[in-house]
Design a protein around this ligand. Structure first.
Ligand code: CS2
Ligand code: MG
Length: 418
């Protein structure tokens, strides 16, 4: 027995879904869904260095399934794309599902005439603590970069540093003290560039840098650091212990999340708070990490974890284990993905902090944004929906061009985690 399909409510039948690819300063993929009544919803589908894989997944496989559907049926659409794909999860699939999910939430909130956070339960706070990004090729440059980020209003700051003996390392901007952090890891080149890595040099150097920063800025300033997946569990345990005196807000991706058991070893040796998850794409990836209390912050983004519907499940499971959020917010999460994160940040209870890597002026030509930044706090704004617009003419002025994330090699040439 099939139930009669309830008549789609006012004008919410999906008329079109467009996959928009552009490259203002860096590449972005955006899904634009439009209803019969001309209500538009945007969703971010940007997967850094693999953008066209998601664009094709959407264009060739998902868009045909959306036309004629009721845009209001968000959960049903999510389940259709998740279970109906048969091949579940993973970054490409969950990024494609995320774009559809967020576009439908944008439409629902626009039809309701409310900012999206109101549909997610309303505001749980006045604003969202966000962290900025400082880096330095040496200590004086790092200190200047931290001061520049404080001048930008940041009250929490991630610090990344060069390491003597390592030529090019993750997270160190070319011009740190210019105020805005302009580090873009994806290089526009025919092939990935190769960087080098030396764990022993890094483990010798980092604690001293954090000590100097603490001495310079005092005990209050929340400091974060991203080890970017490069250590074995034992190396991560040693680092976590070595930096305990500097009271980090969190140590991020200290060891690859592929091996949750490895974090048991880290937990045995240090109480430095651990943040993991920017490469995790679904709640299933977190079950062991959360049930065994192996992390303190979940780092997934709306764009890479199946949208608001997918990420909300991770947030709720984390809450059961008193684990807070720290949504991934680099420049390769587009302003659409960032806005979606802010609406969810404002509504959820177990917010920890939000990453905020400011987009370039070029990106701002394409994406109109209405979120607010003041006093070190972000707020998604009060516009109906997400509060983001997309300028097609500007997008056409900045075409996509292939870019790759770097590869990493040890001194002996062995491929290593970047
Ligand atoms: C990083 C990202 O912001 C972070 O925490 O780990 O910059 C990451 O390297 C990029 O998003 C990769 O595309
Ligand atoms: Mg990271």
């Amino acid at each position: 027995m099939t139930l009669d399909q309830p008549a789609p409510s006012r004008g919410s039948t999906i008329r079109s879904a467009e996959v928009l690819v552009t490259g203002p300063g860096r590449n972005f993929v955006t899904l634009r869904v439009t209803t019969q009544d001309g209500v538009v919803g945007l969703g971010d589908a940007t997967l850094n260095g693999r953008e066209l894989a998601v664009a094709s997944y959407l264009q060739d496989h998902v868009v045909p399934m959306l036309i004629g559907r009721d845009a209001h049926r968000i959960e049903d659409t999510w389940q259709m794309l998740h279970r109906g794909a048969y091949w579940r999860r993973g970054p490409v699939t969950m990024c494609a599902i995320a774009a559809v999910d967020v576009a439908l939430w944008d439409i629902k909130a626009r039809i309701a005439g409310l900012p999206l956070y109101q549909l997610l339960g309303g505001a749980s706070r006045e604003g969202i603590m966000a962290y900025g990004h400082a880096s330095g090729r040496d200590l004086p440059e790092l200190m200047d970069s931290i001061r520049a980020q404080q001048a930008e209003g940041f009250r929490s700051i991630r610090v990344q540093t060069s390491v003597p003996g390592v030529d090019k390392i993750y997270g160190v901007s070319a011009a740190p003290s210019s105020g805005t952090y302009d580090y873009e890891p994806a290089q526009r080149a025919p092939l990935p560039v190769e960087e080098d890595w030396d764990t022993r040099a890094y483990l010798r150097h980092l604690p001293g840098v954090l000590e100097a920063v603490r001495n310079e800025f005092g005990p209050e300033l929340p400091l974060l650091h991203d080890a970017h997946h490069r250590l074995t569990p034992n190396e991560a345990a040693r680092l976590g212990r070595a930096v305990e005196p500097y009271d980090l807000f969190w140590l991020e991706d200290c060891t690859p999340a592929d091996n949750p058991e490895g974090l048991r070893l880290v937990r045995q040796h240090t109480t430095t708070p651990l943040a993991i998850g920017e490469v995790l794409t679904s709640v299933w990836d977190y079950r062991q990490l959360l049930s065994e209390q192996l992390i303190d912050y979940v780092r997934s983004s709306v764009t890479h974890a199946g949208g608001i519907t997918g990420l909300r499940r991770i947030v709720d499971l984390a809450a059961l284990h008193q684990v807070r959020t720290g949504f991934h917010g680099p420049t390769d999460v587009s302003p659409v993905g960032m806005a979606a994160a802010l609406h969810l940040d404002l509504a959820i209870h177990n917010l920890g902090i939000q990453e905020y890597m400011q987009h370039s002026a070029l990106t701002g030509e394409v994406f109109g944004q209405t979120f607010r930044w003041s006093g070190g706090l972000l707020h998604p704004g009060e516009e109906p929906g997400l509060g983001v617009t997309y300028d097609d003419d500007a997008a056409d002025r900045h075409p996509y061009s292939a870019a790759y994330l770097p590869l990493n090699r040890l001194k002996d040439g062995t491929i290593h985690d970047w």
